[in-house]
Design a protein around this ligand. Sequence first.
Ligand code: NAD
Ligand code: ZN
Length: 359
Amino acid sequence: MNNSKNVLNYMFGKGTINNLDSILNVKKSVSNYVVYYIDKYFQNSELINKLPIKENDEIFFVQTKDEPKTQFINEFRDILVNKNKNNPKAIIAIGGGATLDTGKAVANLLTNPGNAEDFQGWNLVKNPAIYKIGIPTISGTGAEASRTCVMTNTKSGLKLGMNSDFTIYDQLILDPDLTQTVPREQYFYTGMDTYIHCIESLGGRYRNAIGDAFSRQAIELCRDVFNSDDMMNDENREKLMIASYLGGCAIANSFVGVIHPFSAGLSVVLDTHHCIGNCITMNAMEEFYPKEYVEFMKMVQKQKIEIPKGIAANLDDEIYLKLYNSTVIHEKPLVNALGDNYKSDILTLKKVTEIFKRM
Ligand code: NAD
Ligand code: ZN
């Protein structure tokens, strides 16, 4: 039986970022320095002036052109070890899913001997991580709430997180003012990650009442946001931030379905980013999620969002084979969605190729 864990503390509301200093002051520690991972977008922004940065603190600006790789996480760890700063009072991550996952992964690695790739899987992290605070600046992935941190091992091609209770943030600051500057298209793609996680969960075989409740509420909030005239007004940015948090709690209690494995295929083979990859996959999902497909497309139209089409329409057979392999490898979600015989009965090479061509 699952013994579920959630984030212990969270502060929600406009301007809550200003409480970071008092949260750090309350926290007891033998160390007096803090390590920040901040989305590079904010490098020269006002936000930096609002942070209680002290002389001894370490600040890293995280690029988001590439999603996290195990190698980047090992490098971040090495820098801290070499500077003798491997036991900070706190790790603070400020950004989207990529940056939040970076903070989680480094916090685990600093207290567990080994490299990032050694902990890709379920419950492989043995020691509690460094105390960490997550501050999302874009809503949708649920990375702020989930018990994983997605990374790709480029050597093995494995894209998998460190699934562990130790990966969960100790403290969140959910300040909807921080999402004001997100570009519209990105706001939609990332926001839809929550909607997609939740429709996949509710469409699965392994369900439970708690996962269902989180999912239903997150979907309702997404509907409010993406069917409204101004999806990015103050109220809607608040709602989407809550939807993202609830969606993260939902996946901790359930599994995804057909969409995420196809999106992962796009990511591993064509380097497509996670959230836009999900939206591209939706183009071809009518047969698996008929009602949700129609609802999703209505929201795309309402918000006048451009979803790239045809990115996998004309590829070589060898690439389709790679796409197939990196899709059907995701057993847990595919069994959840399609049953034990998903590979022999439904997702044959021919069928998977056809689905990619339809995107
Ligand atoms: P991201 O972190 O890649 O950021 C997307 C873009 O938005 C970047 O260009 C970033 O600079 C920009 N951005 C972020 N906040 C901004 C702001 N306030 N103003 C302007 N620009 C801003 O995006 P994401 O979609 O949040 O996260 C995707 C990542 O999350 C992937 O690496 C994926 O694997 C991971 N993920 C993790 C989980 C989990 O449970 N840990 C779940 C789903 C996805
Ligand atoms: Zn996702």
